[in-house]
Ligand binder design. Structure first.
Ligand SMILES: [Zn+2]
Ligand SMILES: [Zn+2]
Length: 141
């Protein structure tokens, strides 16, 4: 245990059962993945950044891993269900759910990936209204 390592970022799942810290460089960009697997895993899309695997320190008994393909596994909290990590087993880094990081992250969204598999309701129209609070949408018609 080396308490002298600077912590670049911290994060947690919704219930707090899983916490993590990044003790090395964290990519400054977030990519949004719209592939079928990310869509089902998250119920939306995967917005992730990356850090080298050895720089990610994870704590918490509720972390579960799911082998989502021959090459990759994904982690989530078995208590609250938060999507947390993607681990491409031939790559030296983990993708980290940007939304699980404690703000401010200092990161920026760089691109949307796998748009060919994006859900048919998704819109990439930057002209859509942006609302800082409730959507204001009413009940079902
Ligand atoms: Zn949790
Ligand atoms: Zn994906």
């Amino acid at each position: 245990m080396n308490d002298q390592v600077p912590i670049r970022a911290t994060g947690r799942c919704l219930c707090g059962g899983v916490t993590f810290s990044i003790v090395g460089p964290l990519r400054s960009t977030v990519t949004a993945c719209h592939c079928n697997t990310c869509r089902r895993f998250t119920g939306g899309l995967w917005a992730g950044t990356v850090a080298r695997r050895e720089h990610v320190r994870i704590a918490g008994d509720s972390l579960k891993w799911y082998q989502s393909s021959a090459e990759a596994r994904r982690a989530f909290c078995g208590n609250c269900g938060s999507s947390l990590f993607w681990d491409g087993q031939r790559l030296p880094f983990l993708s980290i759910a940007a939304g699980a990081l404690d703000p401010p992250t200092g990161l920026r969204l760089a691109c949307h990936g796998w748009t060919s598999e994006a859900a048919d309701y998704w819109s990439f129209d930057a002209g859509l209204p942006l609302r800082p609070g409730p959507s204001g949408l009413g009940p079902p018609e």
